[in-house]
Design a binder for this molecule. Structure first.
Ligand SMILES: [Zn+2]
Length: 316
């Protein structure tokens, strides 16, 4: 909790000092690419029967590295800052600090989804077991119990996890509307800070009942929500063009701590489902990873073009 105030302090101090400069600075220069999970925290792991055993942390790193490369290639004028380039663990505070220290203009968080698996069973054979038939003879004091053994054939089952049907890419943003019920929801929300297993450390949560927490939510609503939503929409559109299921833009009031702790528009991309065979193979493959990197890069460059040259604004 104590360390948490460092970030809150950081967000708040920039908030009061940079309103003007923010309005003037319309260039999108620095992109932070965050590979989700890492090190001792693998994220989701392929567990269904026939899985490649993919670990989310490896997929997120591979896609992130390709995205960094792609952005540098397509837009050499950009500064691209990965939060990690190797298999290391960073807590959300470290990630947010890297992003905020680099004064990022966009925070791109790469993840992969997993849905809950059902268990299936199949018969793999039979085994012989001994059971006992119980009978009684006599009455009263002479009543006796008899156990007569007999053999039966019993089926033997093998239990396994079934893959999920659900597949595709979804984009998540942190949403906090200043005047709506949604802010109230943030303020009153307790528990359930978990997004598809991406639970943040206890001490990394923002206390939305505190004045600082409210401020963060309000700043987010004012400054970043619209832009985050815009980028998320562009990413969703680019995913659609590949023919894979584009699951849309999802808003989340709580649960994606790193998105609300970064002082910039931020999106989290669930690139595909590790629990789905087709998606698992796609996000584990060079070709799939490269396509995702290109999709995200394209959306970022469209975003950059729009923000720097809005069609309705005067360019002088
Ligand atoms: Zn994840």
């Amino acid at each position: 909790m104590v360390k948490n105030f460092l970030i809150i302090g950081m967000v708040c101090s920039t908030l009061f000092s940079s309103t003007l400069s923010y309005a003037q600075t319309k260039k999108v220069k620095t992109i932070i690419v965050d590979a989700g999970h890492g090190g001792e925290e693998p994220g989701a792991i392929g567990q269904y029967e026939g899985t490649l055993g993919t670990k989310e942390k490896d997929v997120t790193l591979a896609i992130s590295l390709k995205l960094v490369k792609e952005l540098k290639k397509q837009a050499p004028e950009l500064t691209v800052v990965p939060t990690r380039t190797t298999d290391i663990y960073q807590n959300p505070k470290e990630k947010a600090k890297i992003a905020n220290d680099a004064k990022g203009d966009l925070f791109i968080c790469i993840h992969a989804d997993a849905a809950a698996l059902k268990t299936g069973k199949r018969q793999v054979g039979t085994r012989t077991v001994t059971r006992y038939k119980i009978t009684y003879t006599g009455k009263g004091k002479n009543r006796k119990k008899h156990r007569t053994p007999y053999k039966v054939e019993e089926p033997v089952y093998h239990y396994y996890k079934l893959p999920t049907q659900r597949n595709g890419t979804s984009v998540w943003i942190f949403a906090a509307h200043k005047t709506s019920d949604k802010l109230k929801a943030i303020v009153s929300e307790e528990g359930d800070y978990d997004l598809a297993g991406h639970d943040d450390p206890e001490d990394a949560k923002v206390d939305f009942n505190s004045p600082e927490g409210r401020l963060i939510a309000q700043v987010y609503a004012k400054r970043y929500q619209e832009k985050s939503d815009f980028l998320a929409t562009l990413i969703n559109e680019e995913v659609e063009k590949t023919g894979r299921p584009a699951l849309g833009v999802n808003q989340r009031q709580v649960g994606i701590w790193v998105l609300q702790a970064t002082n910039m528009p931020a999106v989290l991309i669930e690139t595909g489902f590790i629990s789905n065979p087709e998606d698992e193979r796609y996000i584990s493959s060079e070709a799939g990873q490269q396509e995702l990197a290109e999709v995200i890069a394209k959306a970022i460059l469209r975003y950059k073009a729009q923000v720097e040259n809005p069609p309705t604004a005067q360019n002088n």
